[in-house]
Design a protein around this ligand. Structure first.
Ligand SMILES: *Cc1c(COP(=O)(O)O)cnc(C)c1O
Length: 221
């Protein structure tokens, strides 16, 4: 098990390095977020032992249950929220996560700002864009990025980038290119895009943060 985790991490890192080389980018400019949703602490520990420090979760409650103990074992761990966030969980999220990748509406911006003021803690935030305009997915419309970004900054959020999950089962590259264009226009330095099936294309199109679950942990149960 632990040898598996180490080998998978090495494979993903090698593929990242190769994609960076082709794209003429420095490997240090692309961060690997290990998406540990649904994985037990015992499955996560080997990855920590192999050197991985940045993890991502999609549910506040699950992260609250798993991460305090794992953080206590190893210093320097970062946990990012990559799933949809309800406004009534904003305070828990601000208390728990170093980064929140799913800011997508004014009501949530307001709730996060209030939580920040109360807790004196400001996670780095990404505006999530519903890049394929899919009704079932979180994220704001591309045309709303400038307004929401201005509102988030005015509210005091530390906005660092854009995040998207392109439609499944289609070529992701055009969506990555569109997200990169939106981030450029908005003057945001970071791009959270690319998952197990498409992270190399994401790196070639400018991803600074890739979110990898299956390729590191195997299929989720
Ligand atoms: C689950 C998830 C991932 C990881 O997906 P894999 O295909 O397992 O790499 C990335 N981003 C988000 C938002 C997710 O929910």
């Amino acid at each position: 098990m632990s040898e598996d985790a180490k080998a998978r991490l090495e494979d993903v890192r090698a593929q990242m390095a190769q994609a960076c080389k082709i794209a003429g980018r420095a490997p240090k400019d692309v961060q690997l977020i290990a998406i540990s949703k649904t994985q037990e602490a015992d499955t996560i520990r080997p990855l920590i032992a192999a050197g991985q420090r940045i993890f991502g979760e999609n549910r506040v409650q699950e992260a609250q249950a798993k991460w305090p103990a794992l953080r206590a074992e190893t210093p320097g761990i970062e946990v990012h929220l990559v799933g949809q966030l309800q406004s009534n969980k904003a305070e828990d999220a601000v208390a728990l996560f170093e980064e929140i990748h799913s800011v997508d509406r004014l009501s949530l911006i307001t709730a996060l700002a209030r939580a920040q003021d109360k807790l004196g803690r400001s996670p780095r935030c990404y505006l999530q864009v519903n890049i394929g305009e899919e009704p079932q997915k979180g994220g704001c419309a591309a045309r709303d990025v400038p307004t929401l970004l201005a509102e988030a900054k005015a509210a005091g959020l530390d906005m660092v980038g854009l995040m998207a999950v392109p439609p499944a089962d289609t070529e992701a590259a055009p969506y990555f290119a569109l997200l990169a264009k939106l981030a450029r226009e908005a003057g945001l330095p970071r791009l959270s895009m690319g998952m197990s099936a498409d992270f190399e294309a994401a790196i070639m199109l400018g991803a600074t943060h890739i979110r990898i679950g299956t390729a590191l942990f195997g299929a989720r149960v």
